[in-house]
Design a protein around this ligand. Structure first.
Ligand code: PMP
Length: 426
């Protein structure tokens, strides 16, 4: 059978729903650590990390061995029917890594959207309130509630009619675009004054570094003032660490660097190293508010995914990937700053740990997002064998999601390719 990218993409077009979009016209065949090989045998350097899933790289031998061992023992039983150890062990291990010296409990699900969805359910049950405050630029998922919470509605919610209610939006602080910490706090006060009183708000849900929204880290001062507002009004603070989690920012969870603690933390993506696992971890008394039967799901916390995640956590210790995340972040930032010195279209280089991005503005103007140049850079990089992903509400941010296990030579090669692309196009 014809197995070219073109022929498979033709079949894809005929068989797969149009709403499932695709950035690169490539069909992956196999992969290893930071490289992916397509069906025609062409090798690419993967700086998209499977959208933040592959902090431990593709096919980490330890993760694969753990899944293979689990395959020979137990692939599925619904955890609500019969318990199994990998689920319990993963909850114990996640609780150790979520910041906060208090008793914690954890719930496992399959996707980041479900994790956020469940965090909202728990927060509502714990407070007896329905409202949630979210932020401009936020991305929380594709279920109806998380779509309502997500800032960008096109294309995610286009044509889908009414979204669930009780979602109020405040401004995410962003110095580059003129939103100070004071402005952002004032926007929450405005929500309290005009939209919903604090006694009707169950949770404030925030990404400590916005992911899809453009890799903007929240200032520590903002997080501290958010925490104070939550304490003042009995509102729960939920950190959505789906994209920041599993060491991407140089600490296992980004909140470790924010000087305050969340009541509930959502995680997903890279915790499973390529296998679908997600969850909510938080204060035990809050997590226990929902009565038995109110949480869970048939596949939630599947044994194979739990085994993979437990191996990912071991790999982090053995290969000291948190330190590596900081080293990679510093190298990426330095390389991108050097590029910025030559190319004024790069209006910002920012990030936390290895969660690093550049933002592009027409003629160096941060108020004129240059999505066109960004798209051309992504396409040219792909032609040169480097897979990149953009983000941000205007699609003018290039994000680096390099596996933390990447070899130094490949990290340098990726930076060099990006440099060539800028030299040719910017
Ligand atoms: N929250 C955040 C911060 C995310 O980045 C994402 C995925 N991009 C989600 C939630 C949703 O995760 P999933 O795609 O696994 O449902």
């Amino acid at each position: 059978m014809d197995r070219t990218n073109a022929s498979l993409l033709q079949r894809r077009q005929a068989a797969v729903a149009r709403g499932v979009s695709q950035v690169h016209p490539i069909v992956a065949d196999h992969a290893h650590n930071a490289t992916v090989v397509d069906v025609e045998g062409r090798e690419y350097l993967d700086f998209a990390g499977g959208i933040a899933v592959l902090n431990t790289g593709h096919l980490h031998p330890k993760v694969i061995a753990a899944v293979q061992a689990q395959l020979g023992k137990l692939t599925h039983t619904c955890f609500q029917v019969l318990a199994y150890e990998p689920y319990i062990a993963l909850c114990e291990q996640i609780a150790k890594r979520v910041p906060g010296d208090f008793a914690k409990k954890t719930l496992l699900v399959t996707t980041g959207s479900e994790a956020v969805e469940n965090a909202v359910k728990i927060a509502r049950a714990a407070t007896g309130r329905a409202g949630v405050i979210v932020f401009t630029g936020a991305y929380h998922g594709r279920t109806l509630m998380t779509l309502a919470m997500t800032g960008k509605k096109v294309p995610y919610a286009a044509g889908m009619g009414l979204m669930p209610g009780g979602v109020y939006r405040a401004q995410y602080p962003c110095a580059l675009h003129g939103v100070s910490v004071d402005d952002a706090i004032a926007s929450i006060e405005r929500v309290f004054k005009n939209d919903a009183e604090p006694r009707d708000i169950a949770a404030i849900v925030i990404e400590p570094v916005q992911g899809e929204g453009g890799f903007y880290p929240a200032p520590v001062e903002f997080m501290q003032r958010l925490r104070a507002l939550c304490d003042q009004h009995g509102i729960l603070l939920v950190a959505d660490e789906v994209q920041t989690g599993a060491g991407r920012t140089g600490s296992f969870f980004a909140m470790e660097q924010m000087g305050v603690l969340a009541d509930l933390t959502t995680f997903a993506k890279s915790v499973g190293g390529g296998f679908p696992i997600a969850g909510v971890c938080g204060k035990a008394e809050i997590m226990d508010v929902i009565a038995p039967g109110g949480l869970g799901g048939t596949y939630a916390g599947n044994p194979l995914a739990c085994a993979a995640a437990l191996a990912v956590l071991e790999v982090f210790e053995e290969e000291r990937l948190l330190e590596r995340s900081q080293v990679i972040g510093a190298r990426l930032s330095a390389g991108l700053r050097a590029l910025q010195a030559k190319h004024p279209s790069i209006v910002d280089v920012r990030g936390l740990g290895a969660m690093v991005a550049i933002e592009l503005g027409v003629g160096g103007d941060p108020h004129q997002p240059d999505a066109e140049l960004t798209n051309r850079l992504v396409a040219r990089a792909r032609d040169k064998g480097l897979i990149l992903l953009s983000c941000g509400p205007y699609g003018n941010v290039l994000r680096m999601l390099v596996p933390l296990t990447v070899e130094d030579a490949l990290l340098e090669r990726g930076l060099a390719i990006l440099g060539e692309c800028f030299a040719e196009l910017a």
